[in-house]
Ligand binder design. Structure first.
Ligand code: MG
Length: 155
């Protein structure tokens, strides 16, 4: 758990980090290099980390076999993603995603970040995010470095 007070925006408590799979931590079905290690590192620092996916290829658990620190939640709709975030506690959750299926969880999470990478992002995801980044590593860096988070969100 980490708490950051941001002038004009309020205090954000970060306990859970919830990530979309496709286009957010993968490109063309392949994990972005270094991302799984970065997520495992977040877990070691006390954050709870979850990957949400419809798992259309049916091999997500196998792919994450070496990373038991990362939770897997099968979610096939935007509402299912939102329901999961609400079950965790949206006030202490950061969501990261890129598509229309992420919009509902973006609306309820205390902090939402949209990644625009190799598979793009939708206007709905961008407009419902608090921060838009060009790479997942930047989103993780914002969680690590509260000075960057404050600089971007303060008003
Ligand atoms: Mg996606």
């Amino acid at each position: 758990m980490k708490s950051v007070t941001i002038p004009g925006w309020g205090t954000v408590h970060i306990h859970n980090v919830v990530l979309d799979l496709n286009g957010t931590i993968t490109e063309s079905g392949q994990f972005i290099p270094g991302i799984l290690g970065a997520l495992a590192s977040l877990r070691k620092q006390g954050f709870r980390v979850y990957v949400l996916s419809g798992d259309s290829r049916g091999n997500l658990k196998q792919q994450l076999d070496r990373f038991p620190e990362i939770g897997i939640q099968i979610t096939e709709t935007a509402q299912a993603k939102r329901d999961f975030v609400e079950s965790l506690g949206p006030e202490s959750t950061v969501c990261i995603g890129n598509g229309n299926i992420d919009v509902e969880m973006f609306k309820v999470a205390r902090l939402s970040m949209c990644t625009v990478q190799g598979e793009g992002a939708t206007p709905g995801a961008i407009c419902n995010a608090d921060i838009v980044v060009t790479h997942i590593k930047e989103a993780i860096e914002l969680i690590h470095d509260e000075n960057k988070l404050i600089a971007t969100l303060r008003s």
